[in-house]
Write a protein that binds this ligand. Structure first.
Ligand SMILES: Cc1cc2nc3c(=O)[nH]c(=O)nc-3n(C[C@H](O)[C@H](O)[C@H](O)COP(=O)(O)OP(=O)(O)OC[C@H]3O[C@@H](n4cnc5c(N)ncnc54)[C@H](O)[C@@H]3O)c2cc1C
Length: 393
């Protein structure tokens, strides 16, 4: 676990002269006095003044408000300490069967992790299907992969309670019960924005802290960055809350510049995301058909199947590509890919197309690289764009 720490606190102190105080929880912002009040892990109060303030409190797992949600066998994964606790529990209790609540990317990645440890995995999901931003046929590819590896998923099956039963946990869901050794809650995250809300700062989508393109909150001397803050979506121009690592990092750096005399303006995000589940790569960027409709576009989509490498090259596998465009203008709005290889990095070309505001016709003219071990001559993205062209005016 120590290997996962990018930069320990002492390096900030010794190399950068940045005072990092661990075990200090900020509890209140007094904007009039420009002061932070908080408490240390030893229980002592502390107070600190500021000229400029950055709130980068991140997000926390959403834990359903159900009976038994405080039982020791019920876990959630957010930070390294959670990872340590889960590992200790698995090995000390000899966990053989786990229920994962939620089929988002953390739930799916953990399904793979547990599966690789030889643990029997069940998943339950309150929504009627998997990954609602994927077209049904692509979501079915992911579901089949889980099924093939013995991971059972039930939909429209929210968790209602967890009880202790003879050293095991009984998870009671809408349509069935699971008797397991451990329950992992992977039901999404919520922004740690209460400290900002209590100080009267404006909130945005999902109660994330509202910031402008310079990462300023509604108080010009208070900035916010990372999972606790909202962002602009480049495709819609609207505010969104998509808590992911690159945009957290980028916004943190921008605040660093802006509080030290810089003037960095961020255009926004396109919601690019990728994850691996068992033998599949799943990637997305931009808007799904439904999201595009909700944003006021008149969208069309087209789903194709292509190959990850040239057809005669050994090891080539199927890639599913779905592209979404605005029918009247031909503007590219988003896309998603599922396959055993070649999705994770390919999606980035599409993300750049979205940042550039390209039409499908413009994207189709892009000069993408080709060699047999990596792609057919016509990259799957180009084939998908070509076919989508027929559906836009
Ligand atoms: C299991 C897992 C896998 C992930 N995988 C990916 C991935 O593959 N790709 C991707 O893009 N993103 C991924 N993410 C998301 C990514 O980790 C986050 O987007 C990123 O860490 C956000 O950084 P942050 O600094 O905003 O918040 P955090 O990393 O959550 O840091 C916030 C910090 O603030 C502290 N804090 C909170 N409140 C207070 C307070 N009142 N006083 C003092 N300190 C406080 C917290 O303890 C925490 O240390 C993953 C997340 C998880 C949990």
């Amino acid at each position: 676990l120590e290997d996962l720490v990018v930069r320990p606190a002492h390096v900030f102190r010794e190399k950068q002269g940045i005072e990092v105080r661990l075990g200090h929880t900020a509890q209140k912002i007094d904007r009039q006095a420009r002061t932070i009040l908080g408490r240390t892990s030893a229980g002592d109060g502390f107070q600190e003044s500021y000229d400029k303030l950055l709130i980068a409190t991140g997000a926390r797992p959403r834990i359903p408000d159900i009976p038994g949600n405080d039982l020791p066998g019920l876990k959630a994964l957010k930070g390294l300490e959670d990872g340590r606790r889960i590992k200790d529990y698995i090995f000390s209790k000899q966990v053989r069967e786990v229920l994962i609540v939620g089929t988002g990317y953390i739930g799916l990645e953990m399904a793979e992790t547990f599966h690789s440890l030889g643990i029997q995995v069940h998943m339950t999901e309150m929504m009627p299907g998997l990954l609602p931003w994927l077209p049904d046929q692509m979501a079915e590819v992911v579901r089949k992969e889980l099924d093939d590896k013995g991971v059972g998923v039930r939909f429209s099956n929210g968790i209602r309670a967890v009880e202790q039963r003879n050293g095991k946990l009984m998870a009671i869901c809408d349509s069935n019960e699971y008797l397991v050794d451990m329950v992992l809650i992977a039901a999404g995250v919520v922004p740690n924005s209460e400290i900002a809300a209590d100080a009267g700062l404006e909130l945005g989508p999902a109660n994330a802290i509202a910031v402008d393109r310079f990462l300023r909150t509604s108080d010009a001397d208070i900035f916010s960055a990372g999972d606790c803050a909202d962002a602009f979506h480049v495709v819609t121009g609207r505010k969104v809350w998509i808590p992911l690592a690159l945009r957290a990092n980028r916004s943190g750096w921008a605040v660093g510049d802006n509080v030290t005399g810089g003037n960095v303006e961020l255009p926004g995000i396109v919601g690019s995301a990728v994850f691996k589940v068992l033998d599949l790569e799943v990637a997305r960027t931009g808007l799904s058909l439904e999201e595009a409709r909700m944003a006021g576009f008149d969208p069309v989509q087209n789903l194709i199947q292509s190959r990850s490498r040239a057809h005669a090259h050994p090891g080539n596998t199927t890639i599913h590509v779905n592209l979404v465009a605005d029918a009247p203008t031909g503007r590219l709005l988003g896309g998603a890919m599922v396959g055993k290889e070649g999705c994770a990095h390919r999606i980035n070309a599409l993300a750049v197309g979205l940042h550039a505001g390209m039409t499908v016709a413009e994207f189709f003219q892009c000069d993408l690289a080709y060699a047999p071990p990596f792609s057919p001559v016509w990259d799957p993205l180009l084939t998908a764009a070509n076919q989508l062209l027929r559906k836009v005016r």
